[in-house]
Design a binder for this molecule. Structure first.
Ligand code: NCD
Length: 362
């Protein structure tokens, strides 16, 4: 029985040696379908198209009461544990809302000061406890690689249940990247899709996990050019550039924000991730004022381009920009709810039922 589950056939030490691409097949169910969702590298173009379509179907079905009732019955027998020991507003709430859309009941631990970890319990024991009461775990943690470790522990236990990574350390935030891709799919729906577009990433690219995961998902599209713009000290890491080179993706590095704005089909703004400062206050010494999008930049931006941000924002985008139709970050945020509902529905194999209902109701 245990052998049926992903990650039960590989030793932890061997798994850790693998590249993210090589790890990906170990996270899927035996039939290749989604099980643990930990890395952006788990998704190919076909799956990205399918999950976007599923999110759109859910979005349309949820527009009326009958549709909502149908959705709420789909996974009414499932329970989710939201284990969020790092601060979160949108990811936490959109996962909650996604669960509610599908009828999934939720439990939560948001602060280890209120759980037995405070008494010295290991995270392994905490997660095994959750698996006794819930059918899957959605986790956010500041510890890079922890979601992977927990997935391996559960897959080798008597209760192997899926783990969804809702942000781990500085390394990955795959579900944010999925909602970013969904936002790009929707934005460019009548403009030839994501293929051939130029995506400009701005800000703290070194420590921002959303950028790392999205840069990886974008390698699934043809002729996408990625431009990384930020102060030298916060420029994108070598591992991301190696990944892009291996995938044959064109990229550029720049410190010139003004020059990059007119090149963008999508501009992806990010905040300084100062919680990762090694020396207290070190980010304050970096001048980021040149990497903020203000009203004056709107004139430089292509008429069909979009402005995105994973949020929370601080000064990177002036609120006055919100009124421009190219500012899609609020829609991007709401997309998180639909794409997370689609992801959960796909893991628990309700995608065909949703598709069928959608086709009957349009
Ligand atoms: C991001 C994160 O947590 O990495 N937030 C989010 O989930 N939308 C981005 C950030 O905190 O800057």
């Amino acid at each position: 029985m245990r052998k049926e589950h992903p990650l039960s056939e590989i030793a932890w030490a061997d798994l850790q040696q693998l590249s993210p691409n090589a790890k990906a097949p170990h996270l899927a169910a035996k039939d290749g379908r989604l099980f643990h969702v930990l890395l952006a590298q788990q998704f190919n173009r076909e799956q990205l198209d399918a999950i976007g379509e599923l999110a759109t179907n859910i979005r349309f079905i949820a527009k009326n009461e009958g549709g909502l009732k149908f959705l709420q019955d789909l996974l009414a027998h499932k329970r989710a544990m939201l284990y969020f020991t790092q601060p979160s507003t949108r990811t936490f709430l959109s996962f909650c809302a996604a669960c509610q859309i599908l009828g999934v009941k939720v439990g939560e631990v948001r602060d280890t000061a209120t759980s037995s970890e405070f008494k010295g319990e290991s995270q392994e024991d905490s997660v095994r406890t959750f698996s006794s009461y819930f059918d899957f775990i959605i986790m956010r943690t500041e510890v890079g690689g922890l979601a992977e470790r927990m997935a391996w522990v559960l897959s080798n236990s008597d209760r192997p249940i899926p783990i969804i990574n809702a942000g781990s350390g500085k390394d990955q935030h795959p579900t944010q990247a999925l909602l970013d891709i969904y936002t790009l799919q929707r934005s460019f729906e009548e403009k030839g899709g994501i293929d051939g577009k130029t995506i400009v990433f701005v800000g703290d690219l070194l420590r921002g996990r959303t950028v790392r995961s999205l840069a990886s998902l974008l390698t699934n599209y043809r002729n996408v050019r990625q431009i990384f713009v930020g102060p030298e000290k916060l420029q994108i890491g070598r591992d991301v550039l190696d990944m892009l080179e291996a995938a044959g993706v064109k990229y550029e590095l720049s410190e010139d924000f003004r020059k990059a704005v007119p090149l963008a089909d999508a501009i992806y703004m990010t905040r300084v991730q100062d919680e990762w400062d090694v020396e207290k206050g070190e980010s304050k010494r970096i001048d980021i004022s040149k990497y903020c999008f203000g009203v004056k930049h709107l004139a430089l931006l292509k008429p069909a381009a979009v402005i995105m941000h994973p949020f929370p924002r601080r000064g990177e985008i002036s609120p006055e920009v919100d009124h421009d139709p190219r500012a899609v970050y609020w829609r991007q945020m709401r997309n998180g709810m639909w794409i997370r509902a689609a992801l959960i529905a796909a893991i628990f194999r309700r995608d065909a039922a949703i598709q069928e209902y959608y086709e009957e109701s349009v």
